[in-house]
Design a protein around this ligand. Structure first.
Ligand code: HEC
Ligand code: HEC
Length: 237
């Protein structure tokens, strides 16, 4: 996948020039169809409705909380996350424009991509399920569902769902948090969690999550008054 994206970066550079013009020319009063046009820069990789692709890495973005999506777009623009094809595309786009793009994708609920099928040992899946649903109190690792919601569809306004993503994407993100190249708003609770996870833990949680079926109601849970097990800058309480 790496080679493929680097290979297409020249195309994207051209694309950016085009989209920069398109974005600037229509900064106000967009009709829905104009918005569809403008996010075409994004849907080549994320799917026409942001549903994610079956290509094993490109993530689903549709239906995630708008504030979460906005935090990611500003992070790619300002350096908190690094993925050059998107960094170029977002460079110089103003916040209010990024808010509109975020709301656009947050409002979509397209079907989920296929769940991962590759063979994984049952013991690995069981360990993943345990970490996601119960955490590991002995190592002070909170259950993932304490923040991502019992249905794992995320929690408004800043916590994304964990379903409909490929194992390689989830594992990749946990790795970049652990190594310090992905940053969320401080305090960055996901960094604190990721540094406690071993490679085995990461394989287990990402394999188990990527096998879960689409929930009956895929919308994020409403903001909860319950205290999170750790403070997260992107989920003010
Ligand atoms: C060249 C393919 C490509 C293009 C074009 C692209 N993206 Fe992405 N996008 C990716 C990849 C790959 C990632 C994951 C990067 C990483 O490893 O962190 C990503 C991550 C994201 C995320 C974070 C997802 C999450 O769940 O945290 C958002 C939001 C996003 N993209 C929105 C957009 C928008 C909006 C556009 C158009 C302005 C866009 N992308 C254009 C490939 C692309
Ligand atoms: C204390 C609350 C909390 C707990 C517990 C938690 N998370 Fe998160 N998680 C967050 C927040 C907040 C974000 C959004 C961070 C940002 O804005 O980038 C997030 C984002 C993520 C993402 C990024 C999703 C994407 O689309 O890029 C992944 C993957 C993730 N968490 C996995 C996990 C796993 C696996 C666990 C359990 C081992 C876990 N999280 C436990 C709060 C939490």
């Amino acid at each position: 996948m790496h080679r493929r994206t680097i290979g297409s970066s020249v195309l994207f550079a051209l694309y950016v020039m085009w989209s920069g013009v398109a974005f600037a020319a229509d900064a106000s009063g967009a009709m829905p169809s104009a918005m569809d046009e403008r996010v075409r820069a994004c849907t080549s990789c994320h799917g026409v409705q942001g549903q994610g692709l079956n290509n094993d890495y490109f993530p689903r973005i549709a239906g995630k909380p708008a504030d979460y999506l906005f935090n990611q777009l500003t992070a790619f623009r300002d350096g908190g996350r690094t993925y050059p094809p998107m960094g170029y595309l977002l460079a110089f786009l103003p916040d209010d424009y990024l808010r509109k793009i975020s709301q656009y994708f947050a409002d979509l609920q397209p079907p989920y991509p296929n769940a991962d099928q590759s063979n994984v040992a049952p013991a690995v899946l069981a360990a993943g399920r345990r970490l996601v649903t119960q955490g590991d109190p002995a190592r002070k690792i909170p259950a993932c569902i304490a923040c991502h919601g019992a249905r794992m569809t995320g929690t408004q306004p800043g916590i994304p769902g964990l379903l409909g993503l490929h194992a390689s994407y989830i594992a990749g993100q946990m790795g970049t948090w652990r190594s310090g190249t992905r940053h969320a708003l401080a305090p960055d609770c996901m960094h604190s969690i990721a540094v406690k996870l071993t490679d085995k833990d990461i394989t287990a949680v990402s394999s188990w999550l990527a096998r879960q079926p689409r929930p009956a109601d895929p919308r994020p849970a409403p903001a909860s008054a319950e205290r999170l097990p750790l403070a997260c800058g992107s989920q003010p309480q």
